[in-house]
Design a protein around this ligand. Structure first.
Ligand code: COA
Length: 335
């Protein structure tokens, strides 16, 4: 069988933990307030896991959901690609652990470490595999458990209030026709900004990797973030990338029917939309309920927007994201 002209999303799924953590709950743990968090980020609440079912547990539920919607079984998957900055264990990556849970043995599985833009990179990889005949049905998964890796203390409040747990997945395979599916992607990275958003350890350059007493004395195992630098680059990077990806496929930003941006901060997304001339009716956001779930924001948002009936067949969808690295980009898909 020859390789298809286009790949597309055949199924989608999402999973968020049941436990809701409000801004007031966090204000009980550190010096913050519901008013500050809502005003600066748009977040009202987020979900936290309440058991030891880590990012792979959430990924499994989202993956089974996506497989069901695609009408496929795990045995039909010939490539699994996963993104997570909060893997269950240090190594091997979540893709091998998820593969074990889904009882798929043999086909390719690998991980991409691209934080908030991971899902865009993963979809671009899946698209390339399908269009070059390297795989038929690719399971693409983003999943995170942040709640066990952030610090509930005043010195980390600007980071901790932003993040939540969750997972999303899509199955990417051959598009039934050449009019629908992925039309273009635009991906970037600029390693000069590693220090603006990172978790420094544990890492191989430290001996021992996890020193005694690190929780009391050192912040390096918690995320460190220069919020305003990330904010400015995110607005600029996503706006420019959406313009590039639409132009590269022969469209203009006015042709976009639904913008599905990464959910890091509602104010970032509002500025991106304003720069592109996209009104609320053509943009989806759900950060108010989940916070930033990093690699999982885009598939969770896609699943919800479809469920709400806001996407119709033939719509031009644009996904965009920005995150640590910095890495960022966009993808264009005719639904
Ligand atoms: N609660 C209350 N006050 C807080 C706070 C919190 N959770 N976090 C920070 N503050 C305080 C600061 O200490 C500062 O106080 P000061 O004026 O007395 O010094 C004040 O609020 C303003 O802080 P600032 O960092 O300038 O706020 P901001 O408007 O830039 O918003 C972020 C901070 C983090 C919400 C914002 O910079 C942001 O969202 N950046 C991008 C983050 C991101 O996208 N990360 C993920 C990348 S994918």
């Amino acid at each position: 069988m020859s390789a298809p002209e286009r790949s597309t999303i055949l199924g989608w799924g999402a999973c968020v933990p049941e436990t809701v953590v409000t801004n007031d709950d966090l204000a009980g743990l550190m010096d913050t307030s519901d008013e500050w968090i809502q005003k600066r980020s748009g977040i009202k609440e987020r979900r936290y896991v309440d058991n030891d079912d880590g990012s792979v547990g959430l990924a499994e539920t989202a993956s089974r959901d996506a497989l069901n919607r695609a009408g496929l079984s795990p045995a039909d998957i010939d490539l699994i690609v996963c993104g997570s900055l909060s893997p269950d264990i240090d190594f091997p990556g979540n893709s091998a652990l998820l593969q074990r849970r889904l009882a798929i043995s043999g086909p390719m599985a690998f991980d991409v470490r691209n934080q908030c833009s991971a899902f865009l990179y993963l979809m671009a990889i899946a698209d390339q595999y399908v269009r070059t005949g390297g795989a038929s049905n690719v399971l693409v998964v983003g999943s995170e458990v942040h709640s066990t890796g952030i610090e509930y203390a005043d010195r980390s409040r600007h980071v901790t209030v932003l993040f939540g747990d969750g997972a999303g997945a899509v199955v990417i395979g051959a598009s039934p026709d050449s009019d629908t599916g992925f039309l273009a992607s635009d991906l970037h990275s600029d390693g000069r900004y590693v220090g603006a958003l990172c978790v420094d350890g544990p890492g191989s350059r430290r001996k021992p990797r996890v020193p005694d007493g690190w929780t009391d004395t050192d912040i390096y195992t918690y995320p460190q973030m220069d919020g305003s630098t990330v904010f400015k680059h995110a607005v600029r990077g996503m706006t420019a990338s959406v313009e590039t990806v639409t132009a590269s496929a022969g469209f203009s930003k006015d042709d976009i029917d639904m913008l599905l941006p990464h959910q890091a901060n509602l104010r970032i997304n509002q500025l991106v939309a304003m720069g592109l001339g996209i009104d609320d009716a053509r943009m989806a956001n759900n950060i108010d309920r989940y916070g930033n779930t990093t690699a999982a924001t885009i598939p969770i948002l896609l699943a919800e927007t479809l469920e709400e009936g806001r996407i119709k067949k033939g719509d031009l969808l644009c996904f965009t994201a920005f995150g640590a690295g910095f890495t960022w980009g966009s993808a264009l898909l005719r639904w």
